[in-house]
Design a protein around this ligand. Structure first.
Ligand code: GLY
Length: 388
């Protein structure tokens, strides 16, 4: 049986095309079609949900990823916190619509320190959280070992971060696709959108509004003008600011005594899911390859085993490389471009999974003519363009 339609939202309901079926495009289609009753067509010529959203580790980590970063958008942390708070309800709504669980867990993450430099970095993070009045607790090694016995015995200090949970990102994109396939208001098309420019106006037949949400490739989306194929960046110059940041990762099988808590130490993280333990990640600016390098993977595995020795014994299930889309201030562009009717939601850098629910809300609010808070408005694509 089809799910009931949401009530009509206004006298004029736009028809929306979304270009890109990663978690941001999928979550926005979910918000529009399933929660707000707006018809949506989702286009992607690549397999849906199999880009950066598939490669991610699914950590929902405002504290570790955004609280102490320097040189980022001044309100990135607030946006990350707002989205982290949306995740419990978002995952329940998704479970109802798709009849499947997406592995949301609010179990707090632990930042670990094994030497003086790591302890100093941990204390710097704790000070940043204090300054923002965000809950956290420094744990003595014995308490950390009680919570997570797989941590190596020479732990010096640990910081518990109740704000930083996790989800199974692959389960989320699968559930979003399932929910949208069931919705009478959503159409999924495994092809590039036939975008056209007519007299300088960007059009997509049968649609009133367009959202470009194709991650690091958003600028390169094709537009046909007088028989020539041009790139979307000509209609939204801010997209030129999105760069690629490669990341290599691996997963190992669970085994006796394998970790159950998300653990972080510098650039290394260990994110246990129900069926695998993810280990990440490299950060490689300017690199856009999906081929992992065996030396980089071996180094990650060894560094993770330094935190949790049992990981060295567990068989590797998969190795992969993903491509994060980043902007100069490491925050997403969310909003309408200088081309009327063309919106963008891209450039989520290390926080695409975390920020998907709030991004979807902001775009839906804008498309339906609702006023935005100053916080949400500050992620306009115009800011990056002006700063460039
Ligand atoms: N958010 C984790 C990463 O980007 O590696």
């Amino acid at each position: 049986m089809s799910p009931p339609l949401p009530p009509p939202i206004s006298s004029f309901t736009p028809k929306v095309a979304i270009l890109g079926a990663g978690i941001v495009g999928l979550a926005t289609a979910f918000e529009l079609a399933i929660k707000r009753g707006v018809p949506v067509t989702l286009y992607d010529p690549a397999p849906m949900g199999r880009g950066a959203s598939w490669a991610a580790a699914g950590m929902l980590a405002p504290a570790f990823e955004a609280a102490a970063e320097e040189g980022v958008h001044p309100h990135l942390f607030e946006l990350c916190m707002e989205s982290a708070e949306l995740w419990p309800d978002f995952s329940i709504d998704l479970a109802h619509s798709a009849d499947t669980d997406s592995g949301y867990s609010g179990r707090p993450s632990l930042a670990l320190a094994f030497d003086m430099a790591e302890t100093a970095a941990m204390h710097q993070l704790a000070r940043a959280l204090d300054a923002r009045d965000v809950a956290h607790e420094e744990l003595p090694p014995a308490s950390a070992h009680l919570l997570e016995p797989s941590i190596a015995p020479d732990l010096i200090a640990a910081l518990q971060m109740p704000t930083d949970g996790q989800v199974d990102n692959r389960a989320v994109v699968r559930a979003l696709i399932m929910a949208l396939q069931r919705s009478p208001l959503a159409t999924l098309r495994s092809e590039a959108a036939p975008l056209r420019s007519e007299g300088g106006r960007l059009t997509l037949e049968g649609h009133d509004l367009i959202l470009a949400a194709a991650g690091w490739n958003t600028a390169a989306i094709k537009v046909e003008e007088n028989g020539q194929m041009l790139s979307l960046v000509n209609w939204a110059p801010a997209l030129d600011q999105i760069d690629c940041y490669g990341g290599q990762m691996l997963s190992v099988a669970h085994g006796y005594g394998s970790p159950e808590t998300t653990l972080r130490c510098g650039s290394i993280y260990i994110a246990p899911k129900a069926d695998r333990v993810i280990i990440g990640a490299t950060m490689e600016p300017g690199i856009a390859t999906d081929a992992p390098a065996p030396e980089a993977i071996a180094a990650l595995h060894a560094r993770a085993a330094r935190l949790c020795p049992v990981l060295a014994e567990l068989p590797v299930i998969e190795t992969w490389a993903g491509i994060r889309p980043g902007t100069p201030d490491h925050a997403p562009m969310i909003g309408e471009t200088n081309t009327p009717g063309l919106f963008v939601a891209a450039g989520h850098y290390r926080n695409g999974i975390l920020l998907a629910p709030i991004t979807a809300r902001i775009i839906a609010d804008m498309m339906l003519g609702k006023s935005l808070s100053a916080l949400h408005a500050s992620f306009t694509p115009a800011r990056v363009f002006e700063a460039a």
